[in-house]
Design a protein around this ligand. Structure first.
Ligand code: PEP
Ligand code: MN
Length: 263
């Protein structure tokens, strides 16, 4: 189902009024995690003002350490929905199990499967049984073949609204958090009809690298970007170092408009 042989023309996935995989670039922006009402509202306003198409915000955080902030869960989903209504932009949030999935269905417009759960096959099947678009991140050690087969798990349950997200893979390099595999974009575009977006925030771990890698991703053929942006990155509870400031995000959006006038 995922392959170009199954469907020759590129898929467009609709999230509210947003079309992912069509002519226009789609930019999703927001904090790593929903932290409180003021934070997500400020991030949503900054995203809207700069021209973002969707907002992101984690309410269930799959953290490396069990002692790190795990997310505001249902309260976070409520805050995300409130912010979404205030700025009239659709939302995406990560689901990590059936509980978070069932809760999130009531609050968000798109479901995210994180890198750590890319091969959680029961979770893939569960989101495949919903009618929500699914943003499927590449696992940090997943081959392109494994990533596409993860998409196949979702689609084989009936849900064809899958968007692939390259977010960097593990290599020997330590200067960057991950190695953003931009060559995956043209490879996946050749193999699959699904839209592909890029996450240069997790892909690099460093806000200074986010703008150049965003531009490179678009030049390589990505259908859009998902970017971490925080009203005060130095105060962020997670991923502050890779989060753009509202100003930095606005500057990047201006650069993208020059590169791809449709943004
Ligand atoms: C995220 O987008 O917040 C996230 C945890 O990303 P990834 O699954 O790519 O690490
Ligand atoms: Mn993050």
């Amino acid at each position: 189902l995922v392959s170009r042989e199954a469907q020759a023309e590129s898929s467009v996935v609709k999230v509210g009024d947003v079309r992912i995989g069509g002519q226009e670039l789609v930019v999703v922006a927001g904090p790593c995690a929903v932290e409180n009402r003021e934070q997500i509202m400020a991030a949503a306003l900054a995203a809207k003002n700069a021209g973002a198409n969707m907002i992101r915000g984690g309410a269930f955080k799959p953290r490396t350490s069990p002692y790190s902030f795990q997310g505001l869960e249902k309260e976070g989903l409520q805050m995300l929905k409130e912010a979404s209504r205030a700025v009239n932009l659709p939302t995406v949030t990560e689901v990590i199990d059936e509980h978070s999935l069932n809760l999130s269905l009531n609050y968000v417009d798109m479901l995210q499967i994180g890198a750590r759960n890319m091969q959680n096959f029961r979770l893939l099947k569960a989101v495949g049984q919903t009618d929500k678009p699914v943003l499927l991140k590449r696992g940090m050690s997943a081959t392109i073949e494994e990533w596409l087969m993860a998409a196949e798990y979702i689609m084989s349950e009936g849900n064809q609204q899958v968007i692939l997200c390259e977010r960097g893979i593990r290599t020997f390099e330590t200067y960057t958090r991950n190695t953003l595999d931009l060559s995956a974009i043209p490879v996946v575009k050749r193999l699959s009809h699904l839209p592909v977006i890029v996450d240069p925030s997790h892909g690099t771990g460093d806000r200074q690298l986010v703008a150049p890698m965003s531009l490179a991703a678009i030049a390589a053929g990505a259908d859009g970007l998902i970017l971490e942006m925080h009203p005060q990155p130095s105060k962020a509870v997670s991923d502050g170092a890779q989060s753009l400031t509202p100003e930095g995000f606005n500057n990047l959006m201006r650069q993208l408009t020059i590169l791809a006038p449709a943004v």
